[in-house]
Design a protein around this ligand. Structure first.
Ligand code: F6R
Length: 365
């Protein structure tokens, strides 16, 4: 059932164009508007919310980090985000004007479920973004929005993450349209960009062997730093988690602008830094961050949009992703990081689909 792939993880990485196509296209009506099956939020409901609270764990939390960005941009509403194990014990301010969004692949993560129950008790409206149909999180929510990733077997989540992202864009666009804060033009632009993602990803996956070569060069490293700004921060966290969980390399992610407040002390000659620089608005800022670590001797792998070649002057190596609007780049920038993590773990001889100490769904505290 691995369909010729050595591991489920690689198979699932390759299933992303299809999963994203399904997650998006099943929600678009003939007239181009979004239909959110399973979600019954009226215009009045949406206007009544004064806050969104996103809660999840691990990779799903990282999808939430990008989701916060997107919802604030599209639905013009303040968004808080927390990991479920913290949310459930800290008496967060949640009431009947809160839209609580739980994100979970399995729908069985105990901390996420407990956080959901706590939010429900406080009167919040509960919306969940879930992959497994009929799971506990889905059953206990007021509204459920399914990712169409298909079953995810590998412990390291890949296609669930990117389809969770797609759901967050759709929820953001839907809410923004209902509130009248997303113009026709902006809506059309987002839709056109989102529709291009599956094909762009398929193209990107054709360049897999170059990333495999890079992995052969890097697999003996014992420490990696991921840095980025804006939408790239959440992707840096996710890239770092993927790498550490399957290859056991000590990896760390941080907002690039925060480096100088302490962490830069760890950058020395030959330290490996993966620098995401996919945001046009922040490109120059990222180039200075790269310069900063280069000045201390770091070995830098840049990730940038095709055409943004200036980075080659500073980074030692560059991975290019297809050109796109800044706001949708997380779909494209995370995939090279998934592939890099996969091949680094493979070169290190790790048990990729079943990393030590980890389970596919965490139903204990
Ligand atoms: C990492 C990973 C975990 C899960 C987390 C939440 O690759 O898979 O971090 O994302 O345990 O699981 P779900 O999404 O099932 O709630």
């Amino acid at each position: 059932e691995k369909e010729g792939y050595d591991h489920f993880m690689l198979k699932e990485i390759h299933e992303q164009p299809k999963g994203l196509y399904e997650t998006l296209n099943r929600r678009i009506e003939k007239d181009g508007s979004i239909k959110l099956d399973g979600i019954h939020l009226t215009k009045e409901d949406i206007e009544n919310f004064n806050k969104v609270f996103i809660v999840a764990c691990g990779t799903a939390y990282h999808a939430g980090l990008v989701g916060k960005f997107i919802l604030e941009n599209l639905a013009k509403i303040p968004v808080e985000i927390d990991v479920a194990s913290e949310f459930r014990y800290r008496d967060p301010f949640v009431d009947d004007k809160t839209l609580f969004i739980a994100i979970s692949q399995s729908g069985e993560t105990l901390d996420t479920l407990a956080a959901l129950r706590e939010a429900k008790r406080k009167g919040a409206r509960i919306l969940s973004v879930v992959n497994v149909v009929g799971s506990s999180v889905a059953r206990e929510s007021d509204d459920v929005f399914y990712t169409w990733a298909g079953p995810e077997i590998a412990v390291a989540s890949t296609k669930a993450y990117t389809t969770q992202l797609m759901c967050m864009y759709l929820i953001g666009l839907y809410m923004g349209r209902k509130k009248g804060v997303v113009s026709d033009e902006k809506y059309a632009q987002y839709m056109s960009e989102l529709k291009q993602i599956p094909d762009k990803l398929a193209n990107l996956l054709e360049g897999e062997s170059a990333i495999h070569d890079l992995a052969k060069e890097l697999y003996k490293r014992e420490q990696v730093f991921f840095i980025g700004r804006g939408a790239d921060v959440g992707v840096s966290y996710e890239g770092s988690l993927k790498l550490k969980e399957i290859s056991y390399i000590n990896s760390f992610a941080i907002a690039a602008g925060e480096l100088k407040h302490g962490t830069i002390a760890l950058i020395e000659k030959d330290t490996l830094v993966i620098a995401l620089a996919t945001q046009d608005k922040l490109y120059e800022k990222m180039l200075s961050n790269i310069q900063e670590v280069k000045a201390r001797g770091a070995y830098v792998i840049g990730v940038a949009k095709e055409g943004n070649k200036e980075i080659e002057k500073q980074a030692d190596r560059v991975i290019y992703i297809p050109d796109c609007m800044d706001e949708v780049s997380p779909f494209l920038s995370v995939v090279p990081l998934q592939i890099l993590a996969y091949y680094i773990a493979k070169e290190r001889g790790c048990d990729i689909d079943k990393p030590k100490n980890l389970a596919k769904s965490v139903t204990v505290e």
